[in-house]
Design a protein around this ligand. Structure first.
Ligand SMILES: [Zn+2]
Length: 144
């Protein structure tokens, strides 16, 4: 958790209006607690079903604000990328998990009053693409 808090500070400080800065810590803490107590206790093991259970079944029954609820899919998505970048993510593939959170995010968006956000306006996507490019570049360098 301390490592995650530090990561949010380092990686998201530069994002403007970032949901992860606003809601990452208050959402990821109960997410890990939920996994520890209600799930199988494996904090780094996430499946598509875990993500859906947490976001769609557990969170709406938790006593949290609408603003936090709205940020939840984005923060869950960021958490799986965080675990994946550290090399500790187990369970479903990071892309599968990210898609699961997107489905929920855009499901909410369709339902009503949620803010209108297009994928292209997400600063994280651009940074992720850059990190991915840097990673493959490193991989290439190792081979030569
Ligand atoms: Zn951010």
């Amino acid at each position: 958790m301390a490592e995650y808090t530090q990561y949010v500070r380092d990686e998201h400080a530069i994002c403007r209006g970032c949901p992860v800065v606003r809601s990452g810590v208050p959402l990821v803490r109960p997410m890990l607690e939920w996994k520890a107590t209600r799930g199988d206790g494996r904090l780094e093991h996430w499946t598509r079903q875990d993500v859906r259970d947490y976001l769609l079944r557990y969170l709406p029954t938790a006593n949290i604000s609408r603003a936090l609820l709205r940020d939840a899919p984005t923060c869950a998505k960021d958490l799986v990328y965080f675990l994946s970048d550290r090399g500790t993510l187990k369970g479903d593939d990071v892309g599968v998990l990210a898609d699961a959170t997107d489905e929920i995010f855009y499901g909410h968006a369709r339902l009503a009053t949620f803010v209108d956000r297009r994928p292209s306006s997400d600063p994280h996507e651009r940074r992720r693409a850059r990190r991915k490019a840097a990673r493959s570049a490193r991989k290439c360098n190792r081979r030569t």
